[in-house]
Design a protein around this ligand. Structure first.
Ligand SMILES: [Mg+2]
Length: 258
């Protein structure tokens, strides 16, 4: 179990974001409902008769015709139709809104304006998240000793969060059209962190998207097992944690093995 690579000193840490550094379930729920309800209300208030529609109210209420479930179904349809872009969740949402708004009867340019405005609202709500209370101080301390990278499939823009100051590198894997478990976002992060896989530890909550690809590349992995579903035997170099706050203790232990 004490292999040569496990005693290579750590140089870099890469982090998944959603459900690793904060609980994302409430954020996504609020964002999903929030931006769609905002669009519905805004259309009602802003589509006045003096624009290019003769009688906007004749269109009926947007969400009565296209409830949230219709928007979600359209996203699946758009993602299925555009396999290369399906990982870019922001694009898929915007495209779906655009199509529904046009179908609702808005001229193309007006539909584009409102799809953009709804996505602006989406991104505002998406970033109203609260990292776990220990995270900021933990990253501040770790960034003194290691280079830190973020690798996310989600559409959080790290630069919009105060936590961004601790990171040297941020990879938006969905927007680079190679979402995890594709190894490319990991390789891109490692290259920019000037670290070999054996000198790096990845931290994430998803067995499929974080643990397996990182482990296959030869990185060490701290698996945040939020659902408590650890298999009885973990692969080599994979360590199970209940919460990201336990990470400094794991790193201390790894360093003690050197
Ligand atoms: Mg995650």
């Amino acid at each position: 179990m004490h292999t040569s690579s496990s005693s290579t000193p750590l140089k870099a840490l890469t982090f998944d974001l959603d459900d690793t550094l904060w609980d994302n379930s409430g954020v996504m729920e609020a964002t999903e409902h929030g931006h769609y309800a905002w669009l519905d209300k805004a259309l009602l208030e802003e589509l006045l008769p003096d624009n290019d529609l003769t009688d906007p109210l004749a269109l009926g209420r947007f969400t009565e015709r296209f409830p949230l479930s219709a928007y979600q179904a359209r996203r699946r349809e758009v993602a299925g139709r555009e396999p290369l872009r399906r990982g870019d969740f922001t694009w898929v949402r915007r495209q779906s809104l655009l199509e529904l708004l046009e179908q609702h009867g808005l001229p193309r340019q007006t539909a584009e304006y409102w799809a953009g405005a709804a996505m602006h609202r989406f991104m505002t709500l998406r970033h109203e998240l609260t990292p776990y209370p220990e995270v900021d101080a933990m990253l501040a301390a770790l960034s003194q000793r290691y280079r830190l990278g973020a690798i996310t499939n989600g559409n959080v823009e790290l630069a919009r969060l105060p936590l961004a100051r601790h990171f040297d590198v941020s990879i938006a894997a969905g927007e680079m059209l190679a979402p995890k478990p594709d190894p490319r976002p990991f390789l891109a992060a490692l290259a920019r962190l000037a670290s070999r896989p054996s000198e790096a530890l990845h931290v994430g909550d998803s067995w499929q998207h974080d643990v397996l690809p990182a482990q296959r590349l030869g990185m060490r992995v701290a698996w945040i097992d939020i659902d408590g579903e650890a298999p009885t035997r973990l692969p080599r170099q994979v360590y199970r944690l209940d919460h990201v706050r336990e990470l400094p203790t794991l790193i201390e232990w790894m360093n003690g093995k050197n």
